[in-house]
Design a binder for this molecule. Structure first.
Ligand code: PGA
Length: 253
């Protein structure tokens, strides 16, 4: 059974103090992790204090990115080894903003996936889809190739741990969410690709999230789709109330 996962992605928002206030506000209000897992990906500046202030809350603390080497002369980069050492367990990789503003290619994403797994971090691998791709005939191959390239050299055991997010870039931060059918189509395609690369059984267990303008109002229809196992949430994860609304959606259903 795939346990749904609601993952916030704060991006370059909030301050250390605001992150602590956020944790105080959600304390005691998260769902049973056997029903829904919850997590927040935050700036590396906040992670240590968030890990400390999380206490015994069932909240996954994730990084928003890491480098593909464990250590070395890479000024300004974030070491996956150091993240794991400090107690971070998950890392978002290949987000469309990383691909767009920092020129991350499929090859770089693949190297980062390998580095994360090598350090026992669970990668949340993002696949994007621009509007022009969406309207073109190679839409399917575009999504398939991102998944295939991200998973190059990844063993079956490792692949079973990975979380993948379908994030159409036109829906991110735009308020224009994909329709439940469009979101399901993207997530289904990702699951089929994993099945082709590994096996139906493995694909059946891999969690696939949808991301792009998910909020309290549209979550219901999106989260009930067969191949959607949760959401990667930007804007609506910044406020405790809206994050809790999404986090507790299934428990309160
Ligand atoms: P959004 O961001 O929810 O603000 O659209 C989603 C994401 O970038 O993961």
């Amino acid at each position: 059974m795939r346990i749904p996962f609601i993952a916030g992605n704060w991006k370059m928002n909030l301050s250390v103090k605001e992150s602590v206030d956020f944790l105080k506000a959600i304390k005691g209000k998260l769902p049973d992790p056997k029903v829904t897992q919850t997590g927040i990906a935050a700036s590396p500046l906040f992670l240590e204090s968030m890990l400390e202030n999380r206490g015994d809350m069932p909240l996954i603390i994730a990084a928003e990115n890491c480098f593909y080497e464990d250590e070395g002369a890479y000024t300004g980069e974030v070491s996956p080894k150091a993240l794991a050492e400090m107690g971070v367990t998950h890392v978002i990789l290949g987000h469309s903003e990383r691909r767009k503003y920092f020129n991350e290619t499929d090859d770089i994403v693949n190297r980062k996936v390998q580095a994360a797994l090598r350090n026992n971090l669970i990668p949340i691998v993002c696949c994007n889809e621009t509007m022009s791709r969406r309207e073109s005939t190679d839409r399917i191959s575009w999504v398939v190739s991102q998944v295939t390239n991200a998973l190059k050299g990844i063993t079956t055991d490792q692949a079973a741990k990975i979380i993948i997010a379908y994030e159409p870039s036109w829906a991110i931060g735009s308020g224009q969410t994909a329709s439940p059918q469009e979101a399901e189509e993207g997530c289904y395609l990702i699951r089929q690709t994993v099945a082709d690369l590994y096996s139906d059984e493995l694909a059946d267990g891999v969690r696939v999230l949808y991301g792009g303008s998910v909020n309290d109002d549209n979550a219901q229809q999106i989260l009930q789709q067969k191949d959607i196992d949760g959401a990667l949430v930007g804007g609506a994860s910044l406020k405790p109330d809206s994050f809790l609304g999404l986090a507790n959606f299934l428990q309160n259903k």
